[in-house]
Design a protein around this ligand. Sequence first.
Ligand code: SF4
Length: 443
Amino acid sequence: MQPYVYQRRQLVEPDWRRFPGWHDTTREQWESAQWQRAHCVKNINQLRTVLGDLVDESFYTDLATDQAQHATMSMLVPPQMINTMVPDEITTDTLYADPVRRYMLPVASDRLTDWPSHPYATRDSLHEHDMWVAEGLTHRYPTKVLAELLSTCPQYCGHCTRMDLVGNSTPTVDKLRLTRKPADRYDAMITYLRAHPGVRDVVVSGGDVANVPWKHLESFLMRLLDIETVRDIRLATKALMGLPQHWLQPDVVEGLERVARTAARRGVNLAIHTHVNHAQSLTPLVARAAQTALEVGVRDVRNQGVLMRGVNATAADLLDLCFALQGEAGILPYYFYMCDMIPNAEHWRVAVWQAQQLQHDIMGYLPGYATPRIVCDVPFVGKRWVHMVTEYDRERGITYWTKNYRTSIEDSSMDLDRSYPYYDPIDTLPESGAEWWRKEHAE
Ligand code: SF4
């Protein structure tokens, strides 16, 4: 008997009519992007209407407490995503235990009481804003930039690493605002890229590009494709999974085909990067959206998930997800990021040694090219494979990492031999390590 046994599981669309609020919703409505957007759950009352009396009042109280005291993201969940929670019988207990619920609808009792936040957690933990070279354009790696076209998404994830900027303000987080008009912002990004031919790779993101009106997105992409030095374009959209209906709309598919054709003619690698964290989230409609993108000429659809306790941090969960992505949905398992050091995320974060163990445990089952790398995005460094640690203080949970380039905020005098720390969640440390942190932060 092997530690993991592969069994093919074909994708199924759970029956949305099991939710009292959608008992008479038709397939035509369900498959309409407009219907999905109009019926997104944005507050507890709307959730109550969907769930009816399947769930006890105590759950809603727990959710309300979380929103008032801990949540860094406001609530926004498309019906498509709610339907992937508890595919079978919904009860209070099954909803509490559900992996998709755990990150899309976090409740107060999920959070840790002793160290809900790491002492070094910060709002913009990757310092993306500090590295803006134009509003929304982060230049962190020598050859790559991240273009944040907008600060909204069709769905808000509780663990969002861009919680500083993305979504509506919450009772605990006053969000940063993009201040320039979108057209001016896009112009400034294009001007920067024209002036910096060393940048060859543009991640077009947000937020989620599914919220950029298609004609604006297409025009931005065509302008990028006019820059001869841009060779890779990646479109970041969790909506491919959260709202696949968007990517199946005829005007979007036709527009994507025009962009993909132009990219192919110019030899540019156009890919879609999506964000799926659990096999349950993959339905036939998600597979159809990914397949359609490939059919119209997008070169690849890849997944960048986030590794989270209670959601997917076991080898079996990761492998189930990767086999569903690779074998059933045509999406390449690419990365799993360790959850970043944002406030109130300690119950999701895993320690580096746990991530290393998971990387070890998933090797050898998937084709090599579809075996995802588990990466740690180390502040001021960038993505590192979890085995690239140079030093590890296991007692205090501090890892040290090095880098081989300078970010846009470091000048050439910056020493490349320096090492940078990253921190494990304190509840994963031995008692002596936890005691050290208690003393260190006693004041
Ligand atoms: S889709 Fe991405 S950017 Fe939007 S809330 Fe989720 S993690 Fe954040």
